[in-house]
Design a protein around this ligand. Sequence first.
Ligand code: XMP
Length: 596
Amino acid sequence: MDTPVRSGSIVILDSGGQYAHLIGNRVRRLGAFSEIRVAETPAKDLKGAAGIILSGGPQSVYDKGSPQMDNGIFDLGVPVLGICYGHQWVAHALGGEVKPGKKKEYGHADIDVTEPGSPLFRGLPLRFGVWMSHGDEVVRLPEGFKRTALSETCRIAAMADEERKIFGVQFHLEVTHTQHGMEMLKRFVDLCVPAPWAIESYAKHIGEALREEVKDRKVFMLVSGGVDSTVAFTLLNEVLGKERVQGLLVDTGLMRKDEVKKIEEAFVPLGITNLHIEDASEEFFRNLDGVIDPEQKRNRIGITFLEVQKDVSLKLGLKMEDGWMLGQGTIYPDTIETGGTKHADHIKTHHNRVEAVAKMIEAGLVVEPLKDLYKDEVRKLGEELGLPHDLVWRHPFPGPGLGVRILCAEEESLPEEIGTIDLPHAVLPVRSVGVQGDGRTYRHAVALFAPDRHVSDVHRRMATSIPNTVPAFNRVLRCTSHQAPPPFVFTPGSITRERADLLREADNVVDEELRRGGLYETTWQFPVVLLPFGTKKGGQSVVLRPVESQEAMTANAAPLPDALVDRMTDRILGIPGIDMVFLDLTSKPPATIEWE
Ligand code: XMP
C-alpha cells in the first residue's frame, strides 16, 4: 500500500506476527488512531505519522527475506518502539548485535527494570511479569542506547535511546499476560501526540464509507448468528435500508443446539425480517464426508457456504448483474491469520478469505463494514445500534461452527519422542492445531491423570512447561473422567451428523452449566471439542476448553470451580457414546483456542 498514512496516526509496521493488530487495538483503546502497514512501507509514506511501532514476527533478522524496515523511519523525528522482532531489528539496523538465544523463551518471564527513570518504565515496579515468545535476542546495544530491563534468560529485555525516543522491548507488551503492558504502551503513545480516536465517531465514518462503496447496489449478507455478522447485518440494514439488504442464514448442521431458532427470534424485535433461512446441513455433511485435514475442512466449509449462497441467491433472484454484492462480517484480526499481511506465517485460512471470496474481493463485489474493527469495538458498535445485550455479549463462535471442534482422523497417530513426564499421563492418539513463535504447529496432546478429578497448580505449571520442553506436544489436558489412563479405543471419523449431534449435546450441557454457575459472562469463550476415541469401539471423548482472552490473539486456560467441572463431566458422561472427558489447560501460544 503506498497511500500516505493518516496524519497523526500511530503506525504499526507489521512484520507478520499475529500481534500487529493486537497492538493496533491497544493503541486505539488508549484513544489514539492506529493503522497497520506492511513492514517495508517506505519512510516517505509514513510522513505525518505521530509514532511508529515495529511489531513482532516469526523470523530472525538474519533470515533471507526477513522483514527489513526502511532505515529512514529513524529520521522522521517521531518516537519508535520495537517489540520482539521489532526490538531485534532496531538493534540490528542501528549497529547492535542479535544472536540466537541460549534457550527459546515462550510464555511467562520476570523482568528486572535497570533504568527506573526511563520513559516506558517510569513509576512501575522494579520487577514484574511479562510474556515472551522468541528464539533470538539482542546481545549488544547500538550506539546511544542503554539497557533498561533484563530477564534471567535475556540480557537485554528492553533498551532505549531516550534522546531520539527510540525504544525496544523483547517482550510482548501488547498482550494482557504482560503486567503493566497498557501502562508502558500509554507512556509511549503519550510521547507521540497522536490524533484522537473513538468508536462513536468512527461508526459515522463507517456509515459514510459504506454508502460510498455500495453506491446504488444492494447487499446480500450471510448471517451466522455470531456477534460480527449480526452487527454487520444490522449496520447494513440501518445504513442502506431494508429494501437494499437481504440476509441469509445457512443452517450448516454445525450450529449449536436450537441456535437457528434462537437467532431468528432475536431479530424479530429489531424489526429485521429480511433474513432467509436455508437448511443446507445435508449438503455440508456430504461435502465433509471423509475429509480429515483441518485446512481442507475449512476450505470445504467455505466452498459449501458459497455454493449454498449461490443457489439461494438464484432462488431469491439476487444476481450480481442486477447490482447485488456480498456482505461479510469479517473483522480486523480475521484478515491477519490468513497471511493477509505480507509476512504473517500461514496459521489457518479464515472462511471469509478462501480463494473464491478473495477473487470476489478483488473484483470489488464484497463489502465488509467491520473489517477495520476489533471485537470489543464491534460489540460497542452493536450496542450503539441497539442490539440486545445478550446477543452482543455472546461468546465468539467461529464461522465454520462445530466443524473446527469435531476433530477428525483416519488412523491413530503417536509422536516418536515424548521425553519424560513425571506425572501419570497418556499421549492422545490425535493431533491438533497450535501456534508457537508465530508459526502454525500440528502436534499431539498429552493428558495428565490423578486420583482426584481436580486441577492442581502442578498441572497448570506442567501445561506451560511440557510444550516448552517437549517439541512433540502443543497441548496439555487434565482427564476429569478417569483417575488412571484406560486403553484408548480409536475409531476413525470425519464430520458426520451423528458426531455433530453428539457434540451439540455436550456443548449444550456446558452452556447450561456455565450460565447456571453465573460464569457465562466472565468466561471469554468455552469451546467444547469432540475427539475420535474413547474406551470402547465407537466411543468418543470430549474436551472442555474454557479460555480467558481479550482478542483471541493470546489466551489463558480459564480456571473453573471444581464442583462445576464435576457437574459438567458427570452430565457429559451421561450422554450415550461419550466415554471420556478432558479439560484443556494450555494457553495460546503454544495451543490455539480451537482444536480444528
Ligand atoms: P484460534 O483457534 O485461532 O481461535 O486460537 C481464535 C478465535 O477465533 C475464532 N475462530 C474463528 N472465528 N471464523 C470466525 O469467525 C473462523 O473461521 C474462525 N476460526 C477461529 C475462535 O473461535 C477463537 O475465538
